[in-house]
Design a binder for this molecule. Structure first.
Ligand code: KG4
Ligand code: ZN
Length: 373
């Protein structure tokens, strides 16, 4: 390894959705975070089109890797490993990242780490607030997932406490934005309108908060329908839709439930650190309300800066660096993309190789200098 054992230099590649992200991390220090997004190409469809995303990843991959290495001021030869999102996500999109990571790792003679996108969303907080406390409760809220996860070691132990039974939180933001004709993605724009609206203007339902409901599961489909009906009724009556108040009231219903359940899970489990990750963690009201409720409950809150909450390569590099630091087994060369990789598998270990063994074997195998120059 080029650097001391506890400060591995790792490049991470993320292509699970519409962001081509490449990050470079040394231990828990962020060196580069390059992102090329195809979001504009999907906007007119109101959602991510998988084939369009895959093609965009393919085009952006090499330039984004070059940009990240340049930004980090390191050479690919100095890397201690290459990490890539192996899943969950869009199969074709993941495949582009996994293929690129394999090609680079093989050519450079570096160990390859196929890692879990969801665990990466949690691990990225190490770049902002240092090593994750063990245990940490994580509220993971993105366009595809809404879960409460308990982790005692982000490289090996991620336990699901609860999850959405229907829509993801981000999906609800995107759908309501579409009903309001605010464009895609919906989260950031609803966040902006909500700042000028009244969160108590309309009493929208809080899903799964009854006494007999599962304590840690979420449901946003009923809320989504209630908001859509409310808007339709206004339109049918020929009345103007108060976009700011609808945005604020809808957003409040989402973040109220998310923070209430997350704090409750921490209290019940005796966990005093809560981290919030995923695209929806960029939401300003979620951040503020979580802070308020955590303070009241004596829980320490950790939320990465918004740019690290939405999909990026640095989060993948952060988890890869942790895999190297903890000597986790590298992935095999036949690593494949797994669109439904379970959250309980932080990475895809190879068969019986340790990281160093794997790396060395490989260097002997391909010992042609500088396949990559
Ligand atoms: O984590 P992410 O970038 O991609 C997935 O893995 O899904 O999350 C994207 C989601 C989208 O649904 C987007 O609307 C939502 O995160 N989002 C937000 C905000 N910024 C992004 N939701 C609420 N408020 C925001 N400020
Ligand atoms: Zn994500």
């Amino acid at each position: 390894m080029a650097d001391s054992r506890d400060e591995p230099l790792v490049l991470g590649i993320e292509t699970s959705c519409d962001e081509t992200g490449v990050g470079v991390v040394r231990g828990t220090t962020l060196l580069a975070d390059a992102v090329a997004s195809s979001v504009d190409e999907h906007a007119r469809f109101g959602g991510v089109v998988p084939e369009v995303a895959s093609r965009a990843h393919l085009e952006a991959m090499v330039p984004t890797i070059d940009r990240a290495l340049k930004e980090a001021g390191v050479s690919a030869r100095d890397l201690d490993g290459i990490a890539v999102t192996a899943g969950p996500g869009l199969a074709g999109a993941l495949l582009v990242g996994v293929s690129a990571a394999k090609a680079y790792a093989y050519a450079l003679g570096k160990p390859l780490y196929g890692v879990n996108h969801l665990a990466s969303h949690i691990c990225v907080d190490q770049l902002e607030h240092g090593p994750l406390p063990e245990p940490t409760m994580a509220l993971l809220v993105s366009g595809g997932h809404s879960s409460l996860l308990l982790s005692t070691d982000i490289t090996s132990d991620v336990r699901p406490m609860g999850a959405t039974i229907d829509d993801a939180a981000g999906e609800a933001f995107d759908k309501i934005a579409r009903v309001l004709n605010l464009g895609f993605p919906g989260g950031p724009v609803i966040d902006r309108y909500a700042r000028e609206g009244d969160p108590n203007a309309i009493a929208f339902p809080r899903g799964l908060t009854g006494p007999r409901d599962p304590a840690y599961d979420f449901s946003f489909s009923g809320l989504k329908t209630a908001v859509a009906r409310w808007i339709e009724a206004r339109r049918a009556a020929g009345e103007e839709v108060p976009v700011r108040d609808v945005s604020a009231s809808f957003q409040e219903a989402v973040v109220d439930v998310l923070t209430r359940k997350a704090v409750r899970a921490c209290k019940d489990q005796g966990v005093d650190h809560l981290m919030i990750g995923g695209g929806v963690a960029a939401n300003s009201r979620l951040r503020a309300l979580a802070q308020e409720r955590c303070e009241a409950a004596g829980i320490r809150l950790r939320v990465p800066r918004p740019k690290l909450c939405t999909d990026n390569g640095a989060m993948v590099a952060a988890l890869g660096a942790e895999m190297v630091a903890r000597d986790r087994a590298a992935s095999d060369w036949d690593l494949s993309a797994d669109s439904s990789l379970p959250v309980t598998e932080p990475h895809v270990p190879g068969q019986g190789h340790t990281r160093s063994h794997h790396g060395h074997d490989h260097i002997h195998e391909v010992s042609k200098e500088n396949l990559y120059s």
